[in-house]
Design a protein around this ligand. Structure first.
Ligand SMILES: Cc1cc2nc3c(=O)[nH]c(=O)nc-3n(C[C@H](O)[C@H](O)[C@H](O)COP(=O)(O)OP(=O)(O)OC[C@H]3O[C@@H](n4cnc5c(N)ncnc54)[C@H](O)[C@@H]3O)c2cc1C
Length: 456
């Protein structure tokens, strides 16, 4: 069949779904994106409230346009810097609030008891590691690898904290290979940042490419069923009963829903059905978003580690405890983009990962307690506070409110990940659950870039 005439149906407009729709439409395919919600972007969506742009989650992007998020646009023949304007975390430098002490990170690392030589040796091992050696560490835990290099408790705490931010995984579950791969490229690019207009501008930029290429995105268009005939996907049925035929169907929806509900277990083998049922998803996050009447800080990004032993902290979380103070990632969104808050106002977000136990009152207290270590009078300036917890994300996106998707733990990395290609002919998966590598949205964008090369 001539590829120009191929109809592609993409189910879901998250980063993976919108990216593949831009990439396919740029190659001449006729693409329709079907999104069940009234807004696009999936976990990378934003809404407006009282002049603030409120992201669903708490986002910064490890490589901004310099990584796969920009690469998607470049592969569509677009100069990404003309489409998305990024503000970088490095200006002013990120801060670390470590057990109550606020330092410039990594410049002042020595004040925490880590010699410059020790820090350079460990970071040097990450940054200079050849690709083949990194892949050999895919099934080794970050804790085991780091322990072979240093016993410094502060470095263990910082690496454990970064593994939480990157993969929502504990230091003993996170893959050393995936961690090093992600940190190495992040260090090379030095481009971590946030886009002007809120995180929604990224999927929107992809869907603008789709529209320019004659494709279509339909919101409030939930898919009920993927129509399979003789082991081949031929179309979809919407919740409304409408049927759309397609030559290629790409699902950005989690594999549980895609295969066990939309395709139906009767159409897949018992082995594959078991594989899908056994996928482990990342845990969720507890996020508080402070819309303030006043500008209280010039900082952009603060990492917050209150406890002396992060391993012990993570074990306590796993046992269902919510400590009085919790690790936080604190991006001050309106200092990245003043347009995300009305003039003279400020938007500060504090997210804690992983939030395992659904004790939301305890999480609310713990996050507030912790934020007040950094901004003691924050409550005096609050216009409103929004919270996002895994219950909210789960209701919208499924997967129990997972932050990312299929977890990047030692048992689910590299070759052990679910692939974009599925046992059903002409049906593909894309996003945080299929192939790819990297951090959050970049994992999903990499999944789309890989898939684009797989389809003729
Ligand atoms: C609290 C939080 C904080 C985060 N922080 C960061 C961060 O700092 N940096 C970072 O890079 N990443 C971060 N992430 C992760 C990042 O947002 C996700 O990994 C990424 O956006 C997932 O993209 P995806 O392609 O897997 O699609 P998803 O976001 O999973 O989108 C799937 C889409 O499919 C739609 N859909 C579902 N069912 C149907 C159906 N039946 N029919 C039609 N459509 C359907 C959904 O509505 C959704 O739009 C965070 C996520 C959360 C929740």
């Amino acid at each position: 069949m001539n590829s120009i005439k191929k109809n592609v149906i993409v189910i879901g407009s998250g980063i993976g779904g919108s990216a593949i729709s831009a990439l396919r439409s740029s190659r001449g395919f006729k693409v329709t994106v079907l999104e069940k919600l009234d807004i696009i972007g999936g976990r990378c969506c934003s809404r407006e409230r009282d002049g603030f742009i409120m992201d669903l989650g708490v986002h910064t992007f490890s490589m901004s346009g310099a990584g796969p998020l920009g690469e998607v646009l470049r592969r569509c023949g677009i100069d990404d810097s003309n489409v998305i304007s990024w503000s970088y975390t490095r200006n002013p430098t990120q801060k670390l609030c470590y057990q109550g002490k606020l330092i410039e990170y990594p410049r002042d690392i020595e004040t925490l008891g880590v010699s410059r030589e020790e820090f350079s040796r460990v970071m040097g091992a990450v940054i200079s590691m050849p690709r083949e050696e990194i892949s050999a560490l895919d099934s080794v835990s970050l804790m085991d690898w780091l322990s072979s290099l240093t016993s410094n408790q502060v470095l263990h705490n910082i690496f454990a904290y970064i593994a939480e931010l990157y993969f929502i995984a504990t230091i003993w579950q996170a893959s050393a290979g995936e961690f090093i791969r992600s940190m190495q490229i992040q260090a090379q690019k030095r481009a971590s940042g946030y886009p002007a207009g809120g995180c929604r501008v990224i999927p929107q930029a992809y869907l603008n490419v789709l529209a320019d290429n004659g494709g279509e995105v339909r919101t409030n268009a939930g898919v009920k069923r993927i129509i399979v005939e003789g082991q081949e996907a031929i179309g979809v049925e919407l919740e409304s009963g409408e049927v759309l035929k397609g030559d290629i169907i790409i699902s950005n929806v989690d594999p549980g829903q895609t295969f066990l509900k939309m395709v139906g277990e009767e159409n897949i083998s018992g082995d594959f059905s078991e594989q899908v049922k056994n996928i482990k998803y990342t845990p969720g996050a507890y996020v508080m978003k402070f819309a303030l009447k006043k500008v209280i800080t010039r900082e952009k990004f603060i990492m917050y580690i209150p406890c002396p032993d992060v391993t012990d902290y993570l074990h306590r979380l796993e046992e269902g405890e919510v400590p009085e103070k919790v690790n936080l990632m604190i991006p001050v969104i309106s200092n990245f983009d003043p347009g995300t808050a009305p003039e003279g106002h400020q938007l500060i977000i504090a997210g804690s990962f992983p939030a395992i136990e659904p004790k939301w009152d305890a999480w609310r207290r713990a996050v507030l307690n912790s934020v007040k270590d950094v901004f003691p009078d924050i409550e005096d300036h609050v216009l409103f506070i929004e919270e996002t917890h895994p219950g909210v994300v789960g209701q919208l996106m499924g997967e129990g409110g997972a932050v990312i998707g299929m977890s990047q733990t030692i048992d689910q990395i590299g070759e052990k990940r679910l692939k974009q290609q599925t046992p059903i002919k002409n049906l593909y998966q894309v996003g945080g659950e299929a192939g790819g590598w990297g951090i959050g949205t970049e994992l999903a964008a990499n999944s789309a870039l890989e898939l684009n090369e797989m389809i003729e």
